[in-house]
Design a protein around this ligand. Structure first.
Ligand code: ADP
Ligand code: MG
Length: 697
């Protein structure tokens, strides 16, 4: 649809410069194409007429047919209203207007038959309909009626008389003059295979549906197309990258075997084994690895990361692991060091608080290749950090890093890109992963180590705090440790910090005999570290903290996670926090504290947490509550460009479209066949307008 559909909307009959400016400002509609692609968000069923006797206040909309009986203006100047008595064979109903009275009076005539459409509300003992839509009754309506599209419009537009009806008229004008210019955008083969209607028919039916069946066909066709092109782009990126970027070949496995046979601290789960196989196959294939490792909290990603590190080190290269925070980097360092020491591999930690002399030594050892594993924070990205050869870059908790930051790490090798493993503990619904990470390979650890008892999650109101404290006391008497987490967000940082300190004090008062640690983001890294270590060593029994402990902290002896103001946390965060417990053999608990007053969404979040421990299920609910736009990583993925398809509702279709794209690329990877010419054109016109992020997953 090039050329003609790029015409400025200003030139459409009925629009003109002023309305065009308004449409641009309010809805970002500037061209004919934008207008056609401004799809209705729902349809009102105008096929059904009700009789007045049937009307009740809990109907969201009714359509009635009848005669205007009387018309009366009531009240003085400013507070005027217009009331109309409207009747059919079954009774009467009052229609009322508070604005635009003069105009309505001019349009309506007593004694004439109308179709009335609006929302019934109760007004005292009577039911009326305020500001209904009115249309003179023409007998043809009786035969079919129709589906009335409803468009997303703004208040500003309505105030300037661009209401649904006006908008509909723009589209009618446009489609009348333009329908013959709408060209097909999918290949005949696809249209046949998936029984799609044509692009032209789909666009007409989406705005002017004949009936439910044609509407469904139009929606299917347009959603399919969106998903298909999105997936085609992502899969093409993946193909080009695999071809373009040669990978280091690691086929020497003696180090890995040695560790596996002699030093493995526990039996790996089947899921861990499967994932290691996938990664190993990738690292010796000759193609650069770009892989996402998904695994719920506690699924054992650390040991997998270490074993992958051994593959790279066995091949004579070095490994970097980057974490988003100092605490996390420390945790990773301690976890990995235990394994590394066992098998005699050098490992160091580099963060913002590493002393200058130490730092210099690390830089040197990295450059000389003496140091095999470096764990750190953003400090790893500095230019002075140079490797002899970086073979594997592991990034933990990927959503904390910007795309550009990450890519900096793997550009440290001048000649050949290192393999990249991105680890995330934030489960992403399958449909979203397919899209956000559609150009990455994905490995999933979908099993927890054996012997874990599922965490019990409870919701308690603030008023029950004494009981909760009693429970904590009992747990600590059994030797367990406890986390108490407070929300802290930038916008209300001061208040939140005060909450945290108040909470800390009341905890100290409630447990005078118990040593309590406190950790929050405003503390110096060294102090934080000190407090963390006290808790890790078991010197303190309670850890009062903000979400700085959200990720990665591993203290198997802690069995209770109390989350204060749980209603203020998102689902992903709640799930992350809960994952801090349940790591040992004992029964663990997560207690969500809140006040009595909860929004509907907050209640759904809390109920979901109480109902399930499954991260993927939680992620699905999260996607439904928030929509994909808010979920990290989606901004660059094209997901937010979807105009009609919906990732959470249309997941089956997404799979179908992805398979279709895959099938096409297998047969015709460069889209050279004549039958795919339309597809090639579509892809090219899109590529022109977007940046190339194929290198920087
Ligand atoms: P996460 O995936 O959240 O990073 P970790 O790697 O920190 O999980 O592992 C969580 C805990 O489970 C650690 O204490 C780790 O030693 C232990 N663990 C990991 N894999 C296994 C296994 N296969 N069997 C028993 N315990 C395991
Ligand atoms: Mg971890």
């Amino acid at each position: 649809m090039a050329g003609y559909f790029d015409t400025n909307i200003e030139f459409l009959k009925g629009v003109g410069p002023q309305r065009a400016a308004l449409l641009k400002k309010e809805l970002s509609i500037t061209t004919f194409r934008d207008l056609i692609q401004h799809y209705p968000f729902r349809y009102e069923d105008r096929t059904v007429f009700y009789s007045i006797a049937e009307i009740s206040e809990d109907m969201s909309f009714v359509q009635i047919k009848g005669k205007l009986l009387t018309m009366e203006t009531i009240g003085a100047a400013r507070k005027q209203r217009l009331t109309v008595q409207f009747g059919d064979a079954t009774g009467r109903v009052e229609l009322v207007w508070f604005k635009g009275i003069a105009w309505v009076k001019k349009m309506l005539k007593p004694g004439v038959e109308y179709i009335v459409f609006g929302k019934p509300t109760r007004y005292g003992s009577k039911i009326n309909i305020a500001h209904p839509e009115m249309e003179p009754y023409v007998p043809t309506h009786d035969k079919g009626g129709y589906l009335q599209p409803v468009y997303p419009l703004s208040e500003q537009l309505r105030n300037r008389y661009i209401d649904n009806k006006a908008f509909n008229k723009f589209l009618r004008n446009l489609l009348t003059q333009a329908h013959s210019k709408i060209t097909e955008t999918l290949s005949d083969a696809l249209i046949q295979q998936f029984k799609l209607i044509s692009k032209k028919e789909a666009l007409i039916q989406i705005h002017f549906p004949k009936n439910q069946a044609t509407l469904a066909k139009a929606q299917y066709r347009l959603k399919f197309e969106e998903f298909f092109y999105l997936q085609l782009r992502l899969l093409t990126l993946k193909l080009t990258r695999t071809k373009k970027f040669r990978g280091l070949v690691f086929s020497e496995a003696s180090l890995l075997t040695d560790f596996y046979n002699n030093h493995l601290p526990f039996d790996l789960t089947n899921a861990q084994k499967k994932v290691i196989k996938e990664i190993y196959a990738n690292m010796k294939s000759g193609n650069q690895m770009n892989r996402l490792l998904q695994g719920d909290v506690g699924s054992g990603k650390t040991i997998v990361a270490f074993i992958c590190a051994l593959i790279a080190i066995g091949g004579g290269t070095q490994v970097a692991l980057m974490a988003p925070t100092e605490i996390l980097a420390s945790q990773h360092y301690l976890g990995l060091k235990e394994y590394a020491d066992a098998i005699g591999i050098t490992i160091e930690k580099l963060t913002g608080s590493t002393k200058k002399s130490k730092r210099r030594a690390i830089h040197e050892q990295l450059q000389l290749g003496q140091l095999k594993i470096i764990v750190g924070t953003h400090a790893l990205l500095e230019d002075v950090v140079q490797f002899q050869q970086l073979g594997l870059a592991i990034v933990d908790e990927q959503h904390r890093f910007g795309v550009a930051q990450r890519s900096k790490l793997w550009q440290k090798n001048k000649d050949i890109l290192p393999h990249v493993l991105v680890m995330t503990a934030t489960p992403i619904p399958r449909t979203l992963a397919m899209t956000v990470y559609g150009d990455l390979d994905v490995s999933v650890i979908d099993e927890l180590p054996a012997g874990r008892k599922p965490i019990q999650t409870l919701h308690r109101y603030d008023a029950n705090r004494l009981k909760v404290n009693g429970f904590l006391k009992q747990q600590m008497e059994q030797g367990r440790q406890v986390y108490i987490v407070y929300p802290l967000i930038e916008e209300s940082e001061k208040l939140d910090l005060k909450d945290l300190m108040d909470g800390y004090e009341s905890i100290c008062r409630a447990f005078p005999e118990t040593a309590v640690s406190i950790v929050h983001g405003k503390m110096k890294p060294a102090d934080k570290d000190y407090e963390m270590q006290r808790f890790v060593k078991g010197e303190t029994k309670i850890m009062v903290a903000t979400t700085v402990i959200e990720v990665g902290v591993n203290v198997p002896n802690s069995s209770v996670m109390v989350i204060e103001n749980a209603e203020r946390f998102g689902l992903a965060q709640l799930h992350q926090l809960r994952g801090r417990v349940g790591r040992g053999a004992d029964q663990s608990y997560c207690i969500l504290m809140s006040g009595y007053k909860l929004s509907k969404e907050a209640r759904t979040r809390i109920e979901t947490m109480v109902r399930t421990n499954n991260g993927f299920e939680i992620a699905d609910v999260d996607l439904k509550l928030r929509g994909p736009g808010d979920i990290s990583g989606t901004q660059q993925s094209g997901v937010t460009d979807l105009l009609i398809a919906d990732l959470s509702k249309d997941s089956n279709l997404l799979q179908i479209a992805r398979d279709a794209a895959m099938g096409l690329l297998e047969k015709d990877p460069k889209l050279e066949n004549a039958e795919n010419i339309r597809i090639k054109t579509q892809v090219e016109s899109h590529t022109k307008s977007t940046v190339n992020w194929s290198r920087i997953s």
